[in-house]
Design a protein. Structure first.
Length: 122
């Protein structure tokens, strides 16, 4: 796949793909006879995974570290698992915080609806 197709299918800009390559988030692709980047289809899954890591709040430096460990191969599985477990714990905590916040908002909305109907004590 050419870089334009990867950009279109991944939702990332061509500049972002080049930047990801430069900082080591994605491996430098092969080049065709004209020197144009030619990506394997697997890069799309990796880019999607990087996007999900980003959505968890994982810092770019940690995503780069994860990518470096991935390139090193199976001997880094424990380190990668540990990184994901730490991120999972942070996400679980954030979900709990958001659920608590949602419950508070639900109570406040119900309170104001009651006030609007004239049924609540001020």
């Amino acid at each position: 796949m050419k870089i334009s197709e990867v950009a279109e299918r991944s939702g990332l800009s061509i500049d972002t793909l080049r930047f990801y390559e430069k900082i080591g988030l994605i491996a430098p692709p092969a080049r065709d006879a004209a020197g144009r980047r030619v990506y394997d289809a697997e890069v799309l899954g990796w880019i999607a995974f990087l996007g999900q890591l980003n959505a968890t709040g994982m810092k770019q430096a940690d995503r780069i570290r994860y990518a470096q460990l991935r390139v090193q191969g199976p001997e880094t599985c424990a380190a990668r698992r540990q990184m994901l477990e730490e991120r999972r714990a942070a996400v679980a905590l954030k979900i709990t915080e958001l659920q608590d916040t949602l419950a508070l908002l639900d109570r406040k909305v119900a309170h104001y609806r009651d006030l609007e109907k004239g049924h609540a004590n001020v």
